[in-house]
Design a protein around this ligand. Structure first.
Ligand SMILES: O=C(O)CCC(=O)C(=O)O
Ligand SMILES: [Fe+2]
Length: 401
């Protein structure tokens, strides 16, 4: 198939402008721009404007401010009371130390790395292969492979990050977002009646099978981490998980982010600052760059030190911040690009059932102030997508007392 010229390749976006009018706009496909080997930006729309620069706290590239995230050994986090586990004193001590490291990491950064997570390396290798296989297709093939999507409230499908206005700086990113759970057996309809995209990429042909296998593992990891996170703040181990019942209704979305080389990495962001709406997000990365994620703390941005493909990066989302009464705050994060390297990341967002009502969990006998209201998960998510992107961490105010 003949490759299209990049001038023919656009993501189509629509949004309601400040006068309440529906606007449609075309946004360049950055992968196609990078394929041409551009030395300059094609379009001023990618540049951060002065007021964004202020809010985003430039510069983007400050190699000295790097953060080593805590590395959590998941083998030490398993339930110590599990009948199959006969822990000796050393293991009990290792368990306690791991919990303390986890609690410190979450409090300090809202992010941590996980090793010994039990996801076989061939599952991660296959994930990398199908993701690269999809992005190696031409633009036209990618569009044909995924189908289209009408009710695009939460950016499902193949496209880009939220575009809500003509003057918003564009991120240097192409993305592919799917709902992986609850599983839908019949995926023949592009736009199912629940308004969710169920069409998986048809190419590579094993894309869905590989992704679903990875997501099954991701689910187990999230369940184990939520138990450990509860234990780390002296809650009963299943206290957070109870908000995820029935487990068949847990919602897991997968987002593949592709950041191609960018001619001006000091003036353009790969992904604009945000918190995740999820309860937990698991992230793996691969490509010629293994660096790009940045986190905001003490009024400055820190770049997360490169981490290996076989480790998972975990971040707390807004819904866990609410459940934990702010003990586990969701980090404000963004992504920088690289001049001649590309990076892929795969984010799995783990959420309670849409109808679940969340409210801060109280310690028995605790005199802590309650900082968050009761929210229904789907109401929070709707609000989050409506207001995103925001210049500061703002969506969570919806749930603040
Ligand atoms: O690519 C990354 O490192 C982060 C991606 C991210 O924050 C997201 O998809 O929400
Ligand atoms: Fe994120």
């Amino acid at each position: 198939m003949e490759e299209q010229m990049s001038s023919d390749c656009f993501h189509e976006v629509s949004f309601i402008d400040k006068h309440g009018q529906l606007r449609c706009s075309k946004v360049p496909v950055v992968q196609e721009l990078a394929r041409q080997g551009l030395q300059n930006l094609p379009d001023n729309r990618f540049l951060l404007k002065p007021d964004h620069q202020q809010h985003h706290h430039l510069p983007i590239i400050v190699p000295s401010q790097e953060v080593h995230l805590p590395v959590i050994n998941m083998a030490n986090l398993l339930d110590p009371n599990h009948p199959d586990l006969d822990q000796d004193q050393d293991q009990t001590r290792a368990h306690q130390e791991e919990l303390e490291r986890l609690a410190r990491g979450v409090k300090e950064w809202g992010l941590f790395l996980v090793v010994n997570h039990g996801i076989p390396s061939n599952v991660l290798t296959s994930l990398e292969e199908v993701v690269k296989g999809f992005f190696n297709l031409s633009f036209h093939e990618k569009k044909a492979s995924v189908g289209t999507y009408s009710n695009n409230i939460d950016n499902m499908g193949y496209g880009r990050n939220f575009v809500k206005s003509e003057d918003q700086p564009l991120d240097w990113i192409d993305r592919l977002t799917m709902r992986a759970a609850p599983k839908v057996v019949d995926d023949t309809d592009d736009d199912d009646d629940d308004g969710v995209l169920h069409v998986w990429p048809r190419q590579p042909s094993n894309f869905r099978q590989v992704m679903e296998k990875y997501v099954d593992h991701a689910r187990r990891v999230c369940e184990e981490l939520l138990q450990a996170l509860a234990e780390a703040v002296s809650f009963e181990r299943h206290r957070f998980l109870r908000n995820f019942e029935p487990s068949e209704s847990v919602v897991m979305n997968v987002r593949v982010n592709y950041y191609p080389p960018c001619p001006k990495p000091d003036q353009v962001l790969g992904l604009t600052p945000h918190s995740d709406a999820s309860a937990l997000t698991l992230l793996v990365q691969f490509g010629s760059s293994n660096q790009g994620l940045q986190v905001f703390k003490d009024k400055q941005w820190f770049t997360v030190k490169p981490w290996p493909t076989n480790a998972l990066l975990v971040n707390v989302g807004d819904l866990l911040e609410i459940m934990s009464n702010g003990r586990k705050p969701s980090p404000w994060h963004r992504v920088a690009t690289h001049k001649d390297k590309e990076r892929f990341s795969v984010a799995v967002f783990y959420n309670p059932p849409p109808q679940a009502e969340l409210e801060p969990i109280r310690d028995q006998g605790s005199v802590d102030l309650i900082n968050y209201k009761k929210v229904v998960v789907e109401d929070y998510l709707q609000h989050f997508y409506k207001v995103s992107p925001t210049k500061e961490k703002q969506a969570i105010l919806f749930a603040r007392v």
